[in-house]
Design a protein around this ligand. Structure first.
Ligand code: HH2
Length: 254
């Protein structure tokens, strides 16, 4: 899954693809590099980000979604039902909800449109989630909450779900590492799992790299680890590096 942030303020590529022309050029690059899905987002959910109104979010993403129509599978990275509904209407195929279907209206929108959903785990909201994340048992809580959200969605008529542990979303480095080490528990639920660790702060903590756009080697390492635990898809800024790494890993029998 290639990341296409049509935002001025995303943590690693904010402002680079914020106009439709730059975004569609980047989309073509990501597809050429081997992305199977493009994840189009109009609101940054980095730690400390303020919520954006739905109208501005749609103004950013709709021209891009319309321009992409037919070329590739497209997901819309939003937690707002009204944005998801308009994006699906404009040609998006699936919804990537970082709030894990917290809003029942989102479940209704996706069920009605017959759209699959990525259900990601987040504790709190982007504005405050990194203040003092706390869990009694992060592995148990995240797996149980994702399982419950998936069951709710499927019971309400959502055709299929992918689960995502939400690396960096209301989690300390210890929480993130615990979840990464325990990914096979999430995989064992039987739903396809998506992992999104691309360029995240965890890599700064583990490897000392302060610049987000210098963290592709760490991203590939975390995502190969995920692939080894059975994740079905990884969400990446640098698609070329991931495709190469995954091809080599596959040749080894991974
Ligand atoms: N991470 C980000 C955004 N959306 N969706 C899923 N399913 N999983 C993730 O790990 C995930 C996500 C944050 O990364 P990015 O889009 O690069 O940054 P920003 O939120 O600043 O736009």
């Amino acid at each position: 899954m290639g990341i296409l942030n049509v935002t001025p303020d995303s943590f690693s590529d904010g402002g680079r693809y914020s106009g439709p022309v730059a975004a569609l050029t980047q989309a073509a690059t990501l597809v050429g590099e081997g992305a199977s899905v493009l994840d189009v987002g109009g609101e940054s959910t980095r730690p400390g980000a303020e919520p954006l109104d739905a109208e501005t979010e749609l103004d950013r993403i709709l021209p891009v979604l319309r321009g992409l129509r037919g070329d590739v599978l497209v997901s819309v990275d939003t937690y707002k039902p009204e944005v998801a509904a308009a994006a699906l209407q404009a040609g998006a195929h699936l919804v990537n909800d970082v709030s894990g279907l917290r809003d029942p209206e989102m479940v209704r929108v996706c069920a009605e449109a017959g759209a699959p959903v990525v259900v990601m785990h987040m504790q709190g909201t982007p504005g405050t989630m990194q203040r003092e994340p706390h869990y009694d048992d992060v592995q148990r809580v995240v797996v149980a909450e994702l399982q419950a959200a998936a069951a709710r969605a499927l019971a309400a008529g959502v055709p299929s779900v992918m689960l995502d542990p939400g690396i960096g979303f209301g989690k300390t480095s210890v929480h993130n590492l615990t979840l990464l080490r325990g990914l096979s528990d999430l995989v064992a639920l039987g739903y396809p799992v998506l992992l999104g660790a691309s360029r995240k702060g965890l890599i700064r903590e583990l490897a000392g790299e302060s610049r987000a756009d210098e963290r592709d080697p760490g991203s590939v390492a975390l995502h190969l680890w995920g692939a080894q635990q059975g994740v079905a898809m990884v969400r990446a800024h640098n698609v070329a590096a991931h495709v190469q790494a995954l091809r080599v890993w596959t040749a080894l029998g991974g």
